[in-house]
Design a protein around this ligand. Sequence first.
Ligand code: FAD
Length: 438
Amino acid sequence: MPRGAMIYHCIGIGVGPSNLSLASLLYPYKGVNCVFVDRKPEFAWHDGMYFPGATLQVALFKDLVTLSDPTNPFSFISYLFSEGKIHHFLNAQFDAVPRREFRNYLKWASDLNENVHFGEEVIEIRFDGHFVVETEKRTIRAENIAVGVGTEAHVPSFARKHIGPTQFHVSEYGLRANSLKGKRVAIVGGGQSGAEAFLDTISCDNDLLPKQVTWISRRENFFPLDDSPFVNDYFMPCFSEYFFDKDANFKKAFLERNILASDGISEKTIRDIYQRLYTLRFVEDRGDMPVMMPGRTVDQVRHDGRQWELAVTHHAAGSEEKPVYADIVIWATGFRGHSMPFLAPLAPRLEYEDVEVRIDSNFAAVWDGPADRRIFMLNAARQQRGLAEPNLSLIAWRSQCVIDAMLSGGGGARAAQKRSFVTWQPSHAWSEQQHRAG
Ligand SMILES: Cc1cc2nc3c(=O)[nH]c(=O)nc-3n(C[C@H](O)[C@H](O)[C@H](O)COP(=O)(O)OP(=O)(O)OC[C@H]3O[C@@H](n4cnc5c(N)ncnc54)[C@H](O)[C@@H]3O)c2cc1C
């Protein structure tokens, strides 16, 4: 190690909301040196997916910091205030924060924080008593690292070789779907992104409408996101802790059963779609142009020289239907954990749970290195931590757990809030807790 080289307390890899939350909550700790790097040239957050009317799917208090430290200067309310628009925001009476406005807030927070750097991809991380992080530009060293590289677009394997201008993932919608007039469009995937793409394609002025839009979903219907209060308990710290202790089989089945708590379509989007369908068919007399096909799987796609041909299985019939023909295919088939090639030198030293790196109760990877050298994994353990892991709801709390572990061994964030109205734990564990709490 070069003499006098700076050793950071923490290096963050990736600057999406997860690590930006950590960077923001660490900011007031003046004695703590940290740096966060992202490979993107500047801050961006799902920039291909700013559909008109798209909003945040969580409450505005679920920003980078508020649910852990309401006094932190990087809150959404601080953003509104410092930009001189807090009164206007209140008067606007948004039902939910516009997605693009939340993105502007995140960018504001990243611009203000001099510990955050863009245009710097992390290539490799080694360990020699400290973590040695090789970026495109420099070598930096730290006692701890926080991996927050998020997710990447997922397309079924049989379709990957066709990705291009006429067949693309919905994350590229803003870039590629600018002229659908007179075309036949197939959208595959029945979650929020598929719904937003479908609504957008059928909502333009009549003379710009596609010739046909077909929306195909595996789910039996176009189901809403369950945003009700007791379901929102899944997005509280106490539920995350409860879930973390359970066995892998329970967790897997729970995630499948409760998928609509995180991956359903917002009711507003569903209503907007239904009203637009009504208008097209009964008010503007456009026949039944959009075709909605739930309960189907697209098994294959090929180009017959003129058009895309999608092979579709109808679940209830148990057989293939007539193919769907399209000029443009949009895959709204979700996101998967981002690959982490930079961890390769450390990979044999980590423990795994299925495809995830196993984490401890402080979100640190379980590994064979020293206990005071930690690899925090943010938004990389949905199977272990539950539905809230890829969501914004617990990012501030999770960051505080990381800070507590890094600076004092852990515990602070956990003590802060009163327990849920719901008794998730079995009664013996619950009465022990009550007994301890006096
Ligand atoms: C359209 C859309 C809307 C959403 N809306 C909501 C919502 O309303 N509410 C909600 O709770 N959740 C929402 N989500 C879920 C979403 O996953 C989270 O909001 C959030 O983006 C997760 O943040 P993250 O920091 O973990 O990952 P990301 O936002 O994916 O950020 C990861 C960052 O890591 C960087 N990176 C990757 N590899 C490297 C490397 N080797 N070196 C350096 N940098 C690297 C990437 O460039 C990226 O900037 C939405 C998701 C989508 C797709």
